[in-house]
Design a protein around this ligand. Structure first.
Ligand code: CA
Length: 276
């Protein structure tokens, strides 16, 4: 059960910042509380084949829209944080490893365009998808010129939003194909399906996020803190050993003929193909 309305013990060395961030944003804490209520109504809503994709920052001041988008993106396996003010974005981007930012252009404290320009000026290459009103052609053009990677017109279909995010991630990885193959393991980032030698493996939401994160950097060490930050968002209930448990479950599900997850004590995890 999520408990976003209360500050809680944090999982990372920068935990102090997390608590302060939640406390300092009563508006967002309220928003999180709504999401908590919504999610808790049906705890069995997650299909077993859902796959983790990435950690997403949503910058949107329309609370109703934001709640819906957060719920849909989380349901698809993403870790999602939401802020309503442009002034919060810099801090969030600096401290958390977001894969995509969804940015509304009309924000209460500053223009989304200024947020975008500021990020690009500082050299951030993070994929940014802007949300604009249907009639705001100038905004759209200005957004793309200022370094946005894609845009979506409000109101939008959440399936299209998800598809655009997946496309941005693939482009960001320099890999336009939705299929990721590591030895006998294949991950389809579009359909969210994982197979070993053609056999579908049954992964829960966070397990899939763990596998996706390790698989996109197969053969390379993924530090534990980095993995945790990609898999969990601020509202996840994170027990101290939660990540280890998820990794252990994924490791088991990859057996006997899938790639192996090796633990490097004090360093992190690495996904390897046997014999490689
Ligand atoms: Ca707005």
């Amino acid at each position: 059960m999520r408990d976003g309305s209360n500050p809680k013990p944090c999982r990372l060395p920068d935990g102090r910042l997390r608590v302060r961030a939640i406390l300092g944003r009563p508006f967002d804490a309220l928003c999180v509380a709504f999401i908590v209520l919504g999610m808790s109504r049906n705890p069995n809503r997650l299909p077993s084949q859902e796959r983790g994709v990435t950690r997403i920052l949503l910058v949107e001041d329309d609370q109703v829209l934001a709640r819906g988008v957060v719920a849909v993106l989380r349901d698809a396996g993403n870790a999602v944080d939401h802020v309503a003010f442009g002034g919060e974005v810099d801090d969030m981007i600096t401290t958390e490893p977001y894969g995509v930012v969804i940015l509304d252009l009309g924000l209460p404290d500053m223009s989304g365009l200024d947020v975008l320009r500021s990020l690009r000026r500082r050299g951030s290459k993070i994929p940014i998808l802007i949300l604009t009103a249907r009639d705001a052609v100038q905004d759209r053009v200005a957004g793309l010129d200022a370094g946005a990677d894609d845009y979506l017109l409000k109101p939008f279909d959440t399936a299209e939003l998800e598809a655009r995010i997946r496309a941005l991630l693939r482009r960001g990885n320099g890999d336009p194909s939705p299929l990721l193959t590591i030895g006998s393991l294949s991950l389809d980032r579009a359909s969210n399906e994982a197979r070993i030698n053609g056999r579908i493996i049954d992964l829960r939401r966070r397990e899939a996020a763990v596998l996706m994160s390790l698989a996109t950097r197969a053969g390379k060490i993924v530090p534990k803190e980095r993995l945790a930050a990609e898999v969990f968002d601020f509202d996840d209930p994170v027990a101290p050993n939660a990540l280890e448990l998820y990794v252990a479950r994924v490791r088991k599900k990859l057996q006997p003929d899938g790639p192996r997850i090796r633990t490097l004590r004090g360093l992190g995890y690495i996904l390897e193909t046997p014999g490689a």
